[in-house]
Write a protein that binds this ligand. Structure first.
Ligand SMILES: [Zn+2]
Length: 202
């Protein structure tokens, strides 16, 4: 992963700050070529699925935009629309496919096929192990994994049946979700091996 990590920092800089990021587009293309060859990234894009009925913009385009958004630490869904204006996404999605607005991405992700997503994640981890990734990224020969809980978001406005709750002194309640994550420590990859929902009704 080391050979990929360095140019990515450069891509991130260009992606976030420069309008018309042609150079970023080229670097991202190199990255996707590598990711496709080693980790089956193109297949992952093709297999992306969600439960919307007859959508104008299909799941693979949503996946591409959301993936690179997350990859470059996008701070909000609104930032996605601003990044789109730099032209970088245009180079990732075929010309005949319309780019999704942040609202469309949000609607698709609410109905995302998480089983398929988990299957893909397991394939990446499998491939990483075949490539001896955990050994290469060890710390003095030790393979280190951290297991920790993390809160994903919270709101006072809405709850689903799976929400955890936190009561405040002013009688208001936070509704939130949390996961337990097993993540590699050491090296460049910081890969998440697996995660599991925490609390709720389950
Ligand atoms: Zn919930």
């Amino acid at each position: 992963m080391q050979s990929v990590a360095q140019p990515l920092e450069e891509v991130q800089k260009i992606f976030c700050r420069t309008p018309g990021g042609k150079k970023a587009g080229r670097l991202i293309q190199h990255f996707t070529q590598y990711a496709s060859k080693v980790y089956g990234f193109s297949q992952m894009v093709r297999q992306a699925k969600d439960g919307r009925k007859q959508p104008h913009i299909k799941a693979p385009a949503i996946f591409t935009v959301a993936f690179f958004g997350a990859f470059f630490c996008m701070e909000s869904m609104e930032q996605m629309d601003r990044w789109q204006k730099t032209g970088v996404f245009r180079q990732l999605v075929p010309k005949n496919i319309r780019l999704p607005s942040h609202d469309t991405v949000r609607q698709a992700l609410m109905k995302w096929d998480l089983k398929e997503q988990r299957k893909q994640h397991n394939c990446v981890i499998q491939r990483y192990k075949e490539q001896r990734g955990p050994q290469k990224e060890s710390i003095n020969g030790w393979r280190v994994t951290a297991i920790d809980g993390v809160e994903l978001f919270h709101t006072k406005a809405y709850r689903c049946p799976e929400c955890l709750t936190r009561e405040h002194r002013d009688k208001t309640t936070d509704y939130y979700h949390a996961v337990v994550v097993a993540q590699q420590v050491g090296g460049n990859a910081n890969l998440i091996y697996d995660c599991s929902g925490w609390g709720g009704q389950g």
